[in-house]
Ligand binder design. Sequence first.
Ligand code: NAD
Length: 367
Amino acid sequence: MPSNKRKILLLPGDGIGPEVVRETKKVIEWFNKKKSLDFNLDEGLIGGAAIDKHGVPITDEVFYKALESDAVIFGACGGPKYDKLEFSKKPERALLKLRKELKLFANLRPAICFKQLVDASSLKPEIVSGLDILIVRELTGGIYFGEPRGVKPIENGERRGVNTHVYTTKEIKRIAKVAFELATKRKNKVTSCEKSNVMEAGVLWREEVQFLKDKEYKKIELNHMLADNCAMQLLRNPKQFDVILADNLFGDMLSDEAAMLTGSLGLLPSASLGDKDKNGKTRSLYEPVHGSAPDIAGKNISNPIATILSFSMALKYSLDLEKESSLLDKAVEKTLEDGLRTTDIMSKGKKKVSTSDMGDAIISNLN
Ligand code: NAD
């Protein structure tokens, strides 16, 4: 008989992926036990780990498990061992396949600056303290996917490289809707970024976002900002933003920039959401922003917080458990308040802990 339990698929991957996912698994098991939740946990190989065992970065079996899951928690994949493989066989192909086939068109990246870690930011404490921005990036369209594309020889032995920045009304509305919906649960403020001063597709982006706001989201305060200005404003006065909406290319850059306002890669979670399937389930994948960090893999010194906070996003966006998500966020904050630090966020006077100590401390604060 099919189970009604909600399915969470863990895909630890390579490098520090297995360490940080192991700590997240402990947290999920805590919720099952202490909050009587019914998550059905499963695990699969992905990336280099899957190449080593099966010769491919993701097997069909794991791929179908991901399709059927309520949430996928991904660690990281890749590493020097696989650098020489041709592009189509690299570990990262697995992630691209999941994003494409699960139609994960909305990438959510919060940039929150914990008050305990303001010193880890390269900006002045008064500029970043209390920062709480959410970047909503379009993930399946725009210049990374547009046709025509490629490099072709032209006359005089020269070559011509082409990528096409293309968006349709439907794609723009779909991602803008996600940004507006999320803003209604925050400060009701959206800043939409493009380059409408020099790009026709940017003019279309601006118009369609405005049409949707005027029609369906009258209460939202919508500002349009040129993407280059937004990059500058993020450094000058980041607290002016609530939700930032951007296309694939500008969102890629702005989210990396916003991420660094908060200090360490080891703290940054992300969510990628797709359309609802026929059963009303939103496809989703949650992952830390960082990679597989081969330089520190296997040493039990990586920071598991980004992955644990990615699970917190899963609780909020896929599992309808907002209270539990905020409980977990508070436990992470309390652990930082207690002065515990992994190497990447270590500072004078704080207590250096391992990956597993950090996971245990978060669980003890949940308790
Ligand atoms: P990286 O994010 O793995 O590491 C960058 C630096 O940050 C390293 O010094 C690393 O030690 C540190 N770091 C990262 N996460 C940390 C954590 N949780 N705790 C403490 N320190 C942490 O980026 P990279 O070095 O450019 O890439 C390494 C590999 O990861 C490459 O093979 C790359 O292709 C892959 N990668 C994978 C993903 C993904 O799976 N989504 C994303 C980015 C990079």
